[in-house]
Design a protein around this ligand. Structure first.
Ligand code: SAH
Length: 343
């Protein structure tokens, strides 16, 4: 089987060109064609015939296909992508005044089985490859190009779709490298955020291997017992160990670790939860992102009232922990956090 072109980072393409005595400008040309100009057909412009036939013989250029695009009233778009083996994943475009964030999936399903998450109910089918991750971005771009051409900007990427990104570390790492490559998409590293449930084996590799993108931890409770119930892998990789590793990740000026806190009505939204969260985060470079629970078919939890969310925020603020409440976008089409499911 041919390798996918979209699985190769810039250095790998360069190395291939060197090894086969092809013109050294080839990698830049290809990165420009596919990632700057967002062309999906094999490139012919300015490439020697020898290079073109090398590419044809060695690389596959197919990308995941959009089979459904659902538009929400608030202009959020949820895509269902079909992969080469017929498996499916979802991707969400989230609008922000004339531009977008894209929420990417990293696995078909997820192995983490968090009790509040719709994706968890489907189990893990397989990891996505780098080209399948990159392909979601390119597919979303292509859809905007035809449907909303005046808003063709996706500067922000969050790895918060289906799957646990750090469980698929190598593919996610390479996707980040490709997103950041100057000759290609050239996205800002501050604009990429990888969210983890606290998968320690991946976190331990972060410091030495990951390009400098942002990290977010799904905290959801400062108490080990409660967190065990919400995020079962906490039993294996407990919060205190995770936080210790996060503390060691070097941060740029004004860079934070985002701690996501899913607020569930009368479960983890009590005053004592807020105080313990404040205690945990007060001396850390932390940004607290409060996410009111989004219900999905069959879910046992409820979303707290606005008053309870505000009260929680007030308490954590008294510890001088900066925080924000994540607005719910796309929930009318099951595109909000935790509502993705492709079974
Ligand atoms: N596996 C990664 C990324 C995917 S989930 C992680 O756990 O971080 C992205 C975010 O959505 C996480 O913070 C997750 O806890 C949250 N989430 C999951 N289910 C949700 C739901 N039903 N309502 C609101 N947020 C949810």
């Amino acid at each position: 089987m041919k390798a996918s072109f979209f699985d190769q980072n810039f250095n790998e393409i360069n190395a291939q060109f060197l090894e086969h005595n092809l013109h050294p400008s080839g990698a830049s040309l290809l990165y420009n064609w596919h990632y700057k100009l967002k062309q999906f057909e094999p490139c012919k412009t300015d490439l020697a015939l020898k290079t073109q036939s090398f590419l044809r013989e060695n690389y596959d250029f197919t990308l995941p296909k959009i089979v459904v695009a659902k538009e929400s009233e608030d202009r959020t778009v949820k895509f269902l992508f079909e992969l080469h083996d017929g498996k499916r994943v979802e991707t969400v475009l989230i609008p922000f005044i004339g531009k977008y964030s894209v929420c990417l999936s990293t696995q078909v399903g997820c192995a983490m089985k968090c009790s509040f998450c719709f994706t968890g109910t489907q189990g893990l089918t397989r990891h996505l490859t780098t080209s399948e991750i990159i392909g979601q971005y390119l597919g979303a771009w292509d859809w905007l190009r035809t449907h909303r051409p005046s808003e063709l900007k996706i500067p922000n990427i969050v790895f918060m779709g289906q799957g646990e990104p750090l469980h698929n570390f190598d593919a996610v790492k390479k996707a980040c490298e490709i997103f950041l490559t100057e000759e290609g998409m050239c996205l800002g590293s501050r604009r990429i955020t990888v969210s983890t449930a606290g998968y320690l084996p991946g976190l331990l590799r972060w410091k030495d291997e990951m390009p400098q993108v942002n990290i977010a931890l799904s905290l959801h409770s400062p108490f080990e017992e409660k967190r065990n119930k919400l995020i079962p892998i906490n039993q294996r990789y407990p919060l205190h160990e995770i936080v210790e590793v996060l503390d060691q990740i070097p941060m740029r000026k004004k860079q934070f670790v985002t701690y996501e806190y899913l607020l569930i009505d009368h479960y983890n939204d009590f005053e004592e939860d807020a105080h313990a969260t404040g205690e945990l985060l007060k001396s850390r470079r932390a940004l607290l992102n409060l996410i009111p629970f989004n219900p999905f078919p069959g879910s046992e939890f409820k979303r707290p009232s606005f008053e309870r969310v505000e009260a929680f925020k007030k308490i954590t603020e008294s510890y001088k922990v900066p925080s924000m409440i994540r607005g719910t976008k796309g929930d009318d089409i099951l595109a909000a956090c935790g509502q993705l499911n492709t079974k």
